[in-house]
Design a protein around this ligand. Sequence first.
Ligand SMILES: Cc1cc2nc3c(=O)[nH]c(=O)nc-3n(C[C@H](O)[C@H](O)[C@H](O)COP(=O)(O)OP(=O)(O)OC[C@H]3O[C@@H](n4cnc5c(N)ncnc54)[C@H](O)[C@@H]3O)c2cc1C
Length: 389
Amino acid sequence: MIAIIGAGPAAMGAAIAIGKNAVMLERNPVPGKKLLLSGKGQCNFTNACDSEAFQRALAEFRNWLKPAFYAFDNRAFIRLLEDAGCPVLIRDDDKVFPQSMKAGDVRDTLLKIALGGGASLITDCRITHIEAVSDGFRLVAANGKRYQARKIIIAAGGAAWPLTGSDGSSYRLAASLGHRVLKPRPALASVRIKDYSPFSACAGIALKTRMSFGKNRAEGDLLFTHTGFSGPVILNNSRFLQVDDQIRLLLVDGSALSALLRRHPKKQLSSILPMLALPQSLAFAICRHLKIPAGTMAAELQASPRKLLESWLGSAPFRISALESLATAMSDFGGVDLKEVNTKTMQSRLTPGLFFAGESLAYSLPTGGFSIQMAFSTGYLAGKNVNSI
Ligand SMILES: Cc1cc2nc3c(=O)[nH]c(=O)nc-3n(C[C@H](O)[C@H](O)[C@H](O)COP(=O)(O)OP(=O)(O)OC[C@H]3O[C@@H](n4cnc5c(N)ncnc54)[C@H](O)[C@@H]3O)c2cc1C
């Protein structure tokens, strides 16, 4: 038997590649609990951008993940689901969902393909110990059951959103087998902002913005929440952010404001700021934050508040008071050190017969369907190599 720990997308990718002899050992009564939550229950399972753009999105993990992407890319994933009776919907922004917009359809279809190909699934089976022995591995489950496997694939996920079952087990099992594990920190996490109260009424506002933090620059959609910021530009960079870091947002080019102030001397600031595509409630919040009355007419705005407003809009500083915790972050950055895993096979460089896939590995990807795709792809690559090595 080839034991696959977990039954999320990485495990299902492996089970589909292996076929018979593959056994998924899943701690929950049902497989793919995190998959069911994904994309707000709609499951944005991949991204339809072209191969080059997809690989660019993998950022610093691009080279490492390339063999997995080539082994099973986004087109192959879409085809697999469609051929098995799960039509997909490709949105204008290239995010791909099941046409039904039900994550359960993706989970059920992948499971059907895996089981149809001869793999099997054992649920309520939390693996607590793995021992490498001369003819493979011995596994022990929390319920006392023991299993003997020729080879194993650890696909038990990361440490984010542990209520789904992915509570860092992968990391503990890998460490017990001698692997170096990078300590997980929240990734795809929103941030809380210090002294945010003037902006709490802006919750729900989404803007395109440029953000800078330290020497880094990023661009994308920002979402105001009741306590701080979320949206892709924050989520995708959250693994680089820490409490007390300052981020700066380019909300509006300051010179555009000067031109409008000159053109509309009798208009109030609360009417001029929305002309710069800033929603009214944000205009009021900015004025409150900068202590400039929103009713001030353009002609009456003194030089010093005008300069303050112009420079603030061009580089609005916000300080982070907290990052969303692992309890509800969508992902974590941490896990099995990539240096100890062969990128071409997903096999451990330390223990022959031991493979890793998905979020058990120390990579972190942006929102947009990249995480589920690469969980499946790394699982598939591991599965393909399990039989041939
Ligand atoms: C709220 C939310 C929304 C998301 N939305 C998206 C999205 O729209 N698009 C996207 O690409 N990504 C999304 N993600 C991320 C995506 O879900 C993960 O990247 C993906 O599920 C990782 O797959 P995996 O198979 O590696 O791990 P998981 O899906 O976490 O699967 C691991 C499995 O292993 C099981 N397990 C854990 N420990 C043990 C053990 N000791 N013994 C046996 N079984 C065990 C778990 O119960 C689980 O079923 C989202 C994540 C969250 C939390």
